[in-house]
Ligand binder design. Structure first.
Ligand code: NAP
Length: 291
C-alpha cells in the first residue's frame, strides 16, 4: 500500500511557490500579499490562521492579520473587506470560517472581490469552476487534485465516489474531477445522508474521497480491494495513550482500510497540509504570478 505523503508533497509545492515568488519580486518589485480576517477566539480558527501566516512568512509573501472580537458587527467585517479590496498591497483576502452566528457568511464571502478570492468560495469562482473555466479553486479540493497528480494517480476513466456534499469539499472536488480535462475526466458519484446504503456506492469506488466529518466512518468492509483512498476528515477522538488524551483521526478507519487499499492518505499528514500549500498557489496567482 502506498502512503500518499501530503506533508512532503505540500512542502514541495511551497518550495516551488517560494522560488516563483522570489522571481515575481525581481520582476515586479513586490511580493504577493495576503490578508487574513479572524473573528472571535475559536482555537481551531486561530491555529489555522497562525499556520497560514507562517506559510506566508516562510515563502516571503507579505501578510496582515486583522483580529476582530466575536461581537464585531457584520457591517464592520464588510467594511474591512472593502478596505482590503482596495488595497494594492493585498492580492488575496481570506476570512477564516466559521463566523459568529450573527454574521451572514454568504454576504461576507460575496463581499470579497472575485479577483482576490483565494479561498475560491465566491459564487463567481464556483460558477467558473462548474463550467470548467480557470479560476481560484477552493484550497482543499484543489489540494486533492494535486495529491493525485503528484502521486501519478490519474482519475481519468475511473469511478470516483465522494462521500459528503459540502460546499467546501464534497461538491467542489466532484466538480473538479468530472471536468473533461487532464487529471480529471472521472465518472463521479456523490454520496451523502440521503443514500439508503452508503456502502453500495463506496464499494464501487476506484478512488474514494471521504469528506464525511465522522471519525472512521469508512471501514474495510465498505471498499473494494485496490481502492485509492483520500481521507479529508479531521476528527479529534479520545485516546488515553496520547499525551493530551486525544488524537486526530480521519473519516476512514485507516488501520482496517490499509489492508485492502492500494494507496491512501494518512491523517494527519495527508490532505490537511495541502490546503495551506494551495492557498499559497492561489495567492501567487492572484498577484499575477505563476508556478
Ligand atoms: P460537512 O460540511 O459536515 O459535510 C459532511 C458531509 O458528509 C455532508 O454532506 C453529510 O451529508 C455527509 N455525511 C455525514 N454523515 C454521513 C453518513 N453517515 N453517510 C453519508 N454521508 C454523510 O463537512 P466538510 O466541511 O465537508 O468536512 C468534512 C471533513 O473534512 C471534516 O472532518 C472536516 O474537519 C474535514 N476538512 C478538512 C480540511 C482539510 O484537510 N484542510 C478542510 C475542510 C474540511 P448531508 O449533506 O446529507 O448532511
Amino acid at each position: 500500500m502506498i502512503i500518499i505523503d501530503g506533508k512532503k508533497i505540500s512542502q514541495d509545492i511551497k518550495n516551488e511557490v517560494k522560488i516563483a515568488a522570489g522571481k515575481f519580486n525581481l520582476e515586479n518589485g513586490f511580493f504577493p500579499g495576503l490578508a487574513f480576517i479572524l473573528v472571535g477566539e475559536n482555537p481551531a480558527s486561530q491555529s489555522y490562521v497562525k499556520s497560514k501566516g507562517k506559510a506566508c512568512e516562510d515563502i516571503g509573501f507579505y501578510s496582515v492579520t486583522e483580529r476582530l472580537p466575536a461581537t464585531v458587527s457584520e457591517h464592520e467585517v464588510l467594511s474591512l473587506i472593502g478596505r482590503f479590496n482596495n488595497d494594492s498591497k493585498i492580492h488575496g483576502i481570506l476570512v477564516q470560517l466559521p463566523l459568529p452566528k450573527h454574521i451572514n457568511e454568504q454576504r461576507v464571502i460575496e463581499a470579497i472581490s472575485p479577483l482576490k478570492d483565494v479561498d475560491g468560495f465566491h459564487p463567481a469562482s464556483v460558477g467558473k469552476m462548474m463550467i470548467g473555466i480557470d479560476t481560484f479553486f477552493p484550497c482543499t479540493p484543489y489540494g486533492i487534485v494535486e495529491l493525485l497528480k503528484r502521486s501519478n494517480i490519474d482519475p481519468s476513466g475511473k469511478h470516483v465516489v465522494v462521500v459528503g456534499r459540502s460546499n467546501i469539499v464534497g461538491k467542489p472536488i466532484a466538480n473538479m474531477l468530472v471536468q473533461k480535462k487532464e487529471w480529471a475526466n472521472a465518472v463521479v458519484t456523490i454520496a451523502h445522508t440521503g443514500a439508503k446504503d452508503i456502502s453500495y456506492y463506496t464499494k464501487q469506488a476506484d478512488i474514494l474521497i471521504a469528506a464525511v466529518g465522522k471519525a472512521k466512518a469508512i471501514t474495510k468492509e465498505m471498499v473494494k480491494p485496490g481502492v485509492v483512498v483520500i481521507d479529508v476528515g479531521i476528527n479529534r477522538i479520545e485516546d488515553s495513550s496520547a499525551k493530551n488524551g486525544t488524537r486526530l483521526v480521519g473519516d476512514v478507519d485507516y488501520d482496517g482500510v490499509k489492508e485492502v487499499a492500494s494507496a491512501m492518505t494518512p491523517v494527519p499528514g495527508g490532505v490537511g497540509p495541502m490546503t495551506i500549500a494551495m492557498l499559497m498557489v492561489n495567492t501567487l496567482k492572484a498577484a499575477g504570478g505563476k508556478l
